[in-house]
Design a protein around this ligand. Sequence first.
Ligand code: C5P
Length: 301
Amino acid sequence: MTAVTVRVPAKVNVQLAVGGRREDGFHDLANVFLAVGLFDEVTAAPARGLRITAEGRGVDAVPLDESNLAAKAALALARRHGVAPDAHLHIAKDIPVAGGMAGGSADAAGALVACDALWGTGASREEMLEICAELGSDVPFSLVGGAALGVGRGDVLTPLEVGGEFHWVFVASDEGLSTPAVYRECDRLRRAAGGGDSAADVPAPAAAPALLAALRAGDPEELAGALANDLQAAALSLRPDLAETLGAGVAAGALAGIVSGSGPTVAFLVSDEDAADKLVLTFGPAARAASSPAPGATRLR
Ligand code: C5P
């Protein structure tokens, strides 16, 4: 048995349409995921028992116990296959932590693929997707990558065609945002506006045809005009400073800016790689350029 390393991508939601709050507390979504070329690497090495270590930006906020989604993934796989969960999982982080870019979900998908190879459990793609969906709404997409429409909680995926490369700049925050807190704020804003927040009050979420067409065409200007995130108002309500970041990026030449998922990372779509490099200079060390689509969980060694 030798160590296995798996690379996993971050995501940006080019459309996040949020329906009303369901009885189970979740929200039905029409979630258009795009995997971007910012990656974590998860290594599973032989060990006695399950141990987690992490390195990279923001790791102080990464739990190293069984509350880490990567540990939950390993334990779920071991339980299903009746093997001992023996692995040292090492997570090399480059995806912003608690940033709205599915970093924790990516680590879970990476741990699953790495442990499956380390332990020789031979899980099928269907089984992997099932485990991913049990772990979290965004985890199945981290496994498959590319571009996909997620419905239900966001975990029921249909792959989408992407006709070209899109270039982005991501501006991370020092402080993360809690996803449940942002959904709660979205509900609160809906109630405050007098519209109600339940599934009966809010129109069923749907992917916008213009957005899907822009993805298919690989046209950044069209995509810029179609970016939409129903959680953005809630993220801005909790973090008003993000409005300044959004304005600064557009003033500096981005085609459009959007809060990524539940935030607080702000994503700027730009016309090409040169524009991305220029915008990174505007924001300094908090900013990263990356392109999309990117592949899902991929074994490196
Ligand atoms: O599925 P995941 O663990 O990523 O969800 C984290 C939290 O985000 C949930 O506990 C819920 O508060 C919120 N959420 C939601 N509706 C979704 C997905 C997530 O309300 N479709």
